[in-house]
Design a protein around this ligand. Sequence first.
Ligand code: PBG
Length: 323
Amino acid sequence: MFPISRYRRLRQNEAIRSLVRENTLSPNDFLVPIFVVEGKNIKQEIASMPGYFRLSLDNLDKEIRELWQMGLKSVLLFVKVDDALKDNEGKEALNPEGLMQRAIKTVKNAVPDMLVMTDVALDPFSIYGHDGIVRDGKIINDETVSALAKMSISHAQAGADFVAPSDMMDGRILGIRQALDAQNLIDTGIMSYSAKYASAFYGPFRDALDSAPGFGDKKTYQMDFSNRVEAVKETQADIEEGADIVMVKPGLCYLDIVRDIKNSVQVPIAVYQVSGEYAMLKAAAERGWLDHDAVMLEQLIAIKRAGADIIASYFAKEAVRLI
Ligand code: PBG
């Protein structure tokens, strides 16, 4: 009690502050999302994500080498699919020569030790922009799970280390695990987007991939952001179904959920700081309203402090340059 206790003793200078600091960032914390497009020598800035780009495979090769040199050792791949290749079932997602499959190989050729995780969901391949197969205006669960299981096998066969289902269909982790095991792809891991909320923060990402839902919204599969209990329940269910890593998404507005899950499960937790979170800080910093680097690091540490073992973030490179 004061005056015997004086908390400012542990804050007097940077030396003592760094000695008692509970959380720090390192390149090992980050998973780098990457958007891939067809073409040659393409590096298109995403309008709503300043400083973030869609890359063609040749530029992907360069990017992977650069990331590796910076100590960034894991990537999460997304592809922008040509409209002509979209359908309701996501058939193009199974093409062994598809963009995702070539992107996986490009990464592994550039840096064989780079860990490759791939997005598994139908939305970039869907004429409806939904994460599942659509019938009579509804997103059909079980048929979608079969499609996602096939997609996962295709990614694993192309060389993906982990598949990352981001669709929120029920039972897809079990479906994917059984399908991979049946092909003897026993070492392919699953990072489940286990607590993914129906969020308006995904807007810029949907611009990046041209994947916005053509009708309705994603509220029948992604979680209601008013809820907390189901996040823990679904995450536990995904672990029972075989998820190696679980995820909370988005990040900043959902740190209570991260802590709830951290306190109730024993697998690594990833947090996805999503496109809208990136866009907000870029916009405020452009106007000179926020100190970009300081706010970025504060947000990333907050995500870690909440319980993240892995942070998927568009800020990964910028953060690593500062730390
Ligand atoms: C799609 C997917 C989305 C994101 C990752 N995978 C968008 C969505 O669910 O509509 C969002 C990522 C971001 O906003 O950065 N399955």
